[in-house]
Design a binder for this molecule. Structure first.
Ligand code: ARG
Length: 434
């Protein structure tokens, strides 16, 4: 017995070594294979420069470099023709595990496992729409963590994800679910009142895989019984959340529509204000001073109002949307003009997943240049999400690349119809040339 075990490694060594070498060669072959993408234009999203006669060389799942077409060191070139190549887009505010077709009371029917499966479908739709990275802000039951992990492990296709797990909020606030009467005794998983509950929930979120913390600082449009102007978490509660989250390496995204709540959240040190609908001049000044990003979902209002009660939106939600929608767009214009950092985020899940790029024309209409709108969804979003290997077509970055018809710098709407999507070096979607 002893002799056998002592001898075992020697006998097996050639076999083990053989397997090891075989697998290393397999990996080496796959990562060594060089391929290239060529197109009429390649957009440098940092400078706005459009490169012609160049190709993007890709090795394995990363960009190897951008070189003159005549200097390409591979013949494995996918020529996409008269399109513009740019980095995969990033949406900093989505709810992949939410079914956009089930609003209000209809949403109560879905279990966490069912929501997770909606997430599988929605992740694929989002990726095919050219969004190769997203930040998911709020999901009960850690459905978002499961989704992120399944994507990372290659079980399903979807964008890279940052996830928050359950959003933290006060009892009866926007991050709670207030649809059911008391006998059902239901509250959302992230409800946490006061310091002890906050710390417990925040640490639990970290334990089960959250990358970022989502909180509700004010009432909301779609929640029952919350007023837009209501401040929810108090300043000391928010300061505690920010302090603990930053200490644990997580950023804080604060849902806030009301003027006072927006300012309180900025002063408490959150990293981004989500919606920021009724931001005033003082709020804009504070955001600039604190370097707080604004993630303003200025497209979704049209969707909510067009869908109306038939889509399940509560009558009170429609009334609240009429109060914030137009004001939010004016706030966007002012905040942008004042130089505040604005990051692309859309609240997908309230509207149908995959339509994310519909927001770009609104951003241009309300003051951004086409390049600024693209930067909000690439370089700036990558920074807010702490992803330093996505958001631009740099050597060493992940090969997350999309192609759109024509030139997005002269017609931003082309971002709505990507003809080619690559994530992590793999072609996800390609419209065949006629
Ligand atoms: N989830 C958000 C809320 O319920 C949606 C707000 C949409 N409206 C808007 N104008 N951005 O508050």
């Amino acid at each position: 017995m002893t002799r056998f075990t002592r001898q075992l490694p020697h006998r097996l060594l050639p076999f083990i070594l053989g397997c090891f070498l075989a697998s290393v060669t397999a990996i080496a072959q796959s990562t060594d294979a060089l391929s290239a993408l060529s197109a009429a234009r390649i957009l440098n999203v940092e400078t706005g420069e459009l490169l012609r006669d160049h190709v993007i060389e890709i090795k394995g799942n990363r960009i190897q470099g951008i070189v003159r077409a005549s200097n390409a060191s591979t013949t494995a070139v996918i020529d996409l023709g008269d399109v513009t190549l740019l980095p995969g887009l990033i949406d900093a505010h989505v709810h992949l595990t939410g079914d956009a077709e089930a609003q209000g009371y209809q949403g109560l029917a879905a279990s966490v496992p069912r929501n997770t499966l909606f997430g599988v479908k929605n992740a694929a739709a989002t990726l095919r729409a050219g969004f190769t990275t997203v930040r998911n802000v709020g999901a009960d039951g850690f459905a978002d963590v499961a989704l992120r992990d399944a994507i990372n492990e290659g079980d399903i296709v979807g964008p890279r994800m940052r996830v928050s797990g359950p959003s933290l909020g006060i009892t009866g606030g926007h991050c709670d679910n207030n649809l059911l009467p008391p006998q059902y005794d239901h509250s959302s998983m992230g409800v946490a009142d006061g310091a002890a509950e906050i710390l417990k929930n925040l640490r639990r979120n970290r334990k089960y895989g959250a990358d970022v913390v989502k909180i509700c600082a004010t009432g909301g449009v779609l929640s029952k019984g919350t007023a837009i102007g209501d401040a929810q978490y108090s300043s000391p509660e928010m300061a505690l959340i920010v302090n603990e989250s930053h200490r644990r390496g997580m950023k804080v995204a604060a849902h806030a529509h009301g003027t006072a709540g927006i300012k309180a959240a900025i002063v408490a040190g959150v990293d981004s204000i989500e919606h920021a609908s009724l931001i005033d001049d003082e709020g804009i000044k504070l955001a600039a001073e604190h370097n707080t990003s604004l993630v303003m979902d200025i497209f979704v209002s049209d969707f909510i109002l067009a869908g109306g009660e038939a889509a399940g939106f509560l009558p009170e939600s429609l009334a609240k949307e009429r109060m914030v929608g137009a004001a939010q767009r004016e706030g966007f214009r002012k905040a942008h003009a004042a130089g505040v950092n604005i990051v692309f985020g859309t609240d997908a899940g309230v509207y149908t997943h995959g339509l994310n790029a519909r927001q770009f024309p609104y951003m241009v209409r309300f003051g951004m240049s086409e390049l600024e709108a693209i930067q909000a969804a690439t370089t700036k979003a990558a920074e807010l999400l702490d992803f330093d290997e996505v958001g631009s077509l740099k050597a060493g970055h992940f090969a997350d690349i999309i192609a759109v018809p024509n030139n997005p710098l002269t017609d931003i709407s082309v971002l709505q119809t990507p003809v080619f999507v690559m994530k992590n070096g793999q072609v996800i979607h390609q419209v065949k040339k006629p």
